[in-house]
Design a binder for this molecule. Structure first.
Ligand code: PLP
Length: 425
């Protein structure tokens, strides 16, 4: 007869009395309550990485995923219902940036939109030229796409930035040549928050007959954007940075732009992004955009005040602290510092233990700690770049939370400096 194996639970509880089991359950309950209380008092200051979905968006979505689920390419009423929601979403996104609905396509992420913008333009226009200009502080999905295009025979030129991360439009003008087909400069930098002069850059590109793409993943919904006024030909926006669901993003493509798809399949999104559309995420993205548009002025003012309180407080309370990025031309929700004799990863861990979630410019890749390319580009030495802290505020950040950060951070910095191997004796 086959032996029946004891279940993991039976094994774990075999030698315990009912009383000790009761004790373990009580301890677990107590720990859960403690964890929940701690969770309630945790402070999230990493809105630049991801935003929670606004409950008003969730309310609008309601039973959407289970009820409006049809394939937008289907001719029956289920499909047509989803198609109507898709077109309504397209109208909303177009309206947010002053575009025409047919100029908006939905993708799955900002990474995908940026890949499509660079690779799609490069291959569709290679008869005209093979030269692309980007900034040195782009998100890796632009930087790495450009690097890959280089391996395919395209010539990539990187612009310079000043100590704040600002591009000089005159340099763009100087670098454009006969073979230039695309300039890609992000609207606002994700690490240091610096806002680039994209209107001027766009104007130069327009005059020279070169396509201009901007990655607005960090700025759409935070800064008013008008693609006409700003002379933009392609623009990337992201739902998950705007209190919408993950899995939806957009690419504005000016009518008449020569661009190839990078995926091949069905004819969705005007043949430029074949895949069954993620209608719930897209509809949520659109609903989130409506809220951003409605609150943009008030929220930007509120966040600017909180950001400046945080920056002033940190600089006043912590010796050897420096602001990264432009003091004024920066995202209303971004504060980025570097601290002397501090290692960013350790700082993040200590802050997390104190219930504060931030991020650092260091990215741990393949077990090698690499300093941020953005911080290096603005002139920080690797050791300085490793000592950075990014705190990004959002819709639920309060003045009290800033007070708590200002109370906790100086102590953590001085403790870490005590044991810092960087510190001179
Ligand atoms: C400016 C910018 N572009 C692109 C991305 C990529 O976004 P995702 O990872 O959602 O594709 C990010 C993400 O942080 C970003 O900040």
């Amino acid at each position: 007869m086959a032996k029946i194996k004891k279940s993991a639970f039976a094994k774990a509880t075999a030698r315990r009395s009912p009383l000790s089991l009761y004790g373990a359950a009580a301890r677990r309950r107590k720990n859960n309550i403690k964890a929940r209380k701690e969770k309630m008092s945790r402070i999230y200051m990493d809105y630049g990485a991801a935003t929670p979905v606004d409950s008003r968006v969730l309310k609008k979505l309601g039973r959407f995923p289970s009820e409006v689920f049809g394939n937008t390419m289907s001719l029956h009423s289920f499909g047509q219902e989803a198609k109507a929601a898709l077109e309504e979403s397209r109208d909303i996104l177009a309206d947010l940036m002053g575009a025409k609905p047919q100029e908006i396509i939905f993708t799955g992420s900002a990474t995908e939109s940026n890949n499509l913008a660079l690779k799609g333009i490069a291959f569709a226009n290679k008869e005209k030229g093979n030269h692309i200009i980007i900034s040195p502080i782009e998100h890796p999905c632009v930087g790495e796409s450009a690097k890959w295009l280089e391996s395919q025979g395209f010539e990539i030129t990187k612009l310079k930035v000043d100590q704040y991360g600002l591009i000089d439009p005159k340099e763009v003008e100087r670098l454009i040549k006969k073979e230039t087909i695309l300039v890609s400069v992000m609207h606002a930098n994700n690490e240091i928050g610096t806002i680039e002069p994209i209107e001027e850059i766009g104007k130069i590109c327009r005059e020279k007959g070169v396509y201009f793409h901007t990655d607005a993943a960090q700025s759409l919904g935070k800064i008013p954007i008008d693609v006409e006024k700003m002379n933009i030909d392609l623009l990337t926006g992201s739902s998950q940075k705007m209190y919408g669901p993950k899995g939806a993003a957009c690419l504005f493509i000016r009518e008449g732009t020569k661009i190839n798809p990078i995926l091949h399949g069905g004819g969705q999104e005007f043949g430029l992004r074949p895949s069954t559309v993620n209608i719930s995420a897209i509809y949520g993205f659109a609903q989130a955009s409506l809220l951003c548009k409605k609150e943009i002025v008030k929220e930007s003012k509120r966040l600017t005040q909180l950001r400046d309180k945080l920056i002033k407080g940190v600089m006043a309370k912590i010796e050897g602290s420096y602001l990264n990025g432009h003091p004024i031309k920066r995202l209303s929700n971004n504060a980025n510092f570097w601290f002397e004799f501090i290692e960013g990863e350790s700082l993040l861990i200590q802050l997390d233990m104190a219930g504060i979630a931030g991020s650092t410019g260091s990215a741990c890749s393949s077990a090698k700690l690499q300093p941020s390319h953005v911080l290096l580009a603005i002139g920080l030495r690797p050791q300085e770049a490793h000592g950075s802290l990014r705190l990004t505020l959002g819709r639920w950040t309060t003045s009290k939370e800033i007070d708590r950060v200002l109370k906790v951070l100086p102590g953590i910095i001085s403790q870490l400096r005590e044991i810092s191997p960087f510190k001179k004796n």
